[in-house]
Design a protein around this ligand. Structure first.
Ligand SMILES: NC(=O)c1ccc[n+]([C@@H]2O[C@H](COP(=O)([O-])OP(=O)(O)OC[C@H]3O[C@@H](n4cnc5c(N)ncnc54)[C@H](O)[C@@H]3O)[C@@H](O)[C@H]2O)c1
Ligand SMILES: O=P(O)(O)OC[C@H]1O[C@H](O[C@H]2[C@H](O)[C@@H](O)[C@@H](O)O[C@@H]2CO)[C@H](O)[C@@H](O)[C@@H]1O
Ligand SMILES: [Mn+2]
Length: 442
């Protein structure tokens, strides 16, 4: 049986313990030779590593988890690199959110100006990760990337590192499929979808449950209740009021546009006014994560170091860990499982340009994804997607060329920003806030 060196890049992430639990759950199929955590922040990673060691002690006591900030050590001979870096940390997430809200526009991690700011911080650190892997990793390495904003990261890597063995993914559609399974009373594994769009900007065109077409049944439910059902109220993610609100908001969008079922992230683009009204500048999502998920992780680390018992199940939330492990497993073992992934369009959606960065179903082989052809899409959806893809493309070009004008064009095109003058004032503030992270824009 083949075995693999697996590296988690962004080892200090609040998600690491959950991902490791899912790796261990599936280690009878995906055999682990070595497991490494790599981060640029030694202190943070060491705290998270204490929790990870506790997970490993419970499920695979013979596995020796290695922890490092040395890229040569981490990536030498690596087969799979799971990337989840947050460039600028949660502190810069909050800074983006607050700056946007001060200008009266959506302040969000991956959507609107917050997403563009985060993208401008992340492009070059991701290039560096690719370069480390090209230098040190096994020749057939795969980076499976969660690092956000995945749409901009993917587009930038396709342009700047076209030969990199990197596959960008997002767990949001799978999490929506989990809600669909709850609505239908079936298992997540019973669900298969057709889907097209960009990352955090897509639509489910058809849903099957054990082969039966359940699209209309789901549409009727979602128009009334969003993606929430009785069963989902027990789900650990839905218990978070912010996520419950997000899943509920899909009711409005699927009532207004009944062709397809929306990705939850459309709330920020199609209902930006009500999102701004809902957001609280004194309690942004980033602040909630710092005071919630991050605080619980650090508290658990300290308690474990004091020799106390900790409930580790609090870190196994949602489909996040399982999804990335499923994708790695399909790449490693050539399983050809069908997953949604983010790839260059190249004709998949016929009436979009080849260099659009689309999210579509693909069969995952050991040579990479084999995307499923979508065909042509109707004008409304095409218009939305082309506008957003142009916006994300301009951000990538702004970073590469150091172009203020292209950044301003991107901000102006974005649906969450009402005018060119708001775009300029906000961009100027974000430049100040992002000093040391963004390239200089001239
Ligand atoms: N694609 C998806 O659907 C999806 C889902 C959930 C989270 N995410 C993303 O996963 C990432 C982690 O989220 P989190 O909330 O756990 O963040 P976090 O801040 O808790 O952890 C991120 C870690 O990345 C590290 N890091 C920063 N720059 C790095 C670099 N250049 N190289 C290596 N490590 C670096 C930080 O030191 C930190 O330990 C974020 O990018 C988040 O947006 C994506
Ligand atoms: O606001 P956060 O940090 O809680 O979440 C932001 C991320 O949200 C999505 O990921 C969800 C995921 O859908 C779900 O499976 C579960 O595991 O929680 C995740 C985080 O709450 C989204 O897909 C990511 O891109 C965001 O980073
Ligand atoms: Mn996502």
């Amino acid at each position: 049986m083949k075995d693999f060196k697996i590296v988690i890049c962004g080892g200090g992430s609040t998600y690491t313990a959950g991902i490791v639990k899912d790796l261990l759950d599936q280690s009878h199929e995906l055999k682990i030779r070595e497991l490494w955590l790599y981060d640029i922040d030694e202190e943070r990673q060491n705290k998270v590593a204490v929790v990870v060691q506790a997970v490993v002690a419970q499920f695979a006591p013979d596995l020796d988890v290695r922890v490092t900030t040395d890229p040569a050590e981490a990536f030498s001979g690596a087969n799979f690199i799971m990337a989840q870096m947050r460039v600028g940390g949660l502190e810069m997430r909050v800074s983006d959110e607050v700056t946007c809200l001060k200008h009266g526009v959506v302040g969000q991690e991956t959507c609107g100006a917050g997403g563009m700011a985060y993208g401008m911080r992340t492009i070059y650190p991701m290039c560096q990760l690719v370069d480390y892997c090209e230098e040190y990793a096994a020749p057939d390495y795969w980076i499976v990337n969660y690092s956000n904003p995945a749409a901009i990261v993917a587009k930038a890597m396709h342009k700047l590192r076209p030969n990199a063995r990197i596959l960008d993914i997002c767990d949001m559609p799978v999490e929506i499929e989990a809600r669909m399974a709850e609505i239908l009373g079936c298992e997540l594994d019973d669900i298969e979808v057709d889907y097209f769009g960009l990352n955090h900007f897509g639509w489910f065109t058809s849903v099957r449950c054990k082969g039966e077409d359940v699209t209309d049944k789901l549409k009727a439910h979602v128009r009334t209740y969003g993606y929430i059902s009785e069963a989902s109220l027990n789900d650990s993610l839905v218990k978070d009021p912010d996520w419950q609100h997000t899943f509920e908001n899909s009711a409005t969008i699927s009532t207004l546009f009944q062709d397809y079922l929306p990705n939850t992230y459309y709330q920020y683009y199609l209902m930006p006014d009500s999102c701004v009204e809902y957001m609280d500048i004194n309690n942004t999502r980033g602040m909630q994560v710092i005071n919630g998920r991050e605080k619980r992780m650090f508290a658990a680390s300290e308690a474990l170091q004091r020799g106390e018992d900790v409930d580790l199940t609090q870190f196994y939330v949602g489909v996040h860990g399982r999804f990335i492990v499923d994708v790695v497993k399909s790449l490693a073992l050539d399983l050809r499982h069908r997953h949604l992934v983010i790839v260059p369009n190249n004709g998949i959606i016929e009436n979009l340009s080849d260099d659009a960065t689309v999210e579509v179903p693909a069969y995952i082989t050991d040579r990479g994804p084999e995307p499923v052809r979508v065909g042509t899409i109707p004008r409304f959806y095409k218009g939305l997607i082309e506008n957003q893809d142009a916006c994300e493309g301009l951000i990538v070009e702004a970073v590469i060329e150091g172009s203020y004008q292209k950044a301003l064009q991107a901000f102006t095109l974005n649906r969450t920003i009402p005018s060119a003058t708001v775009a300029k004032a906000l961009l100027d503030d974000l430049i100040e806030q992002n000093k040391g992270y963004w390239p200089e824009l001239k």
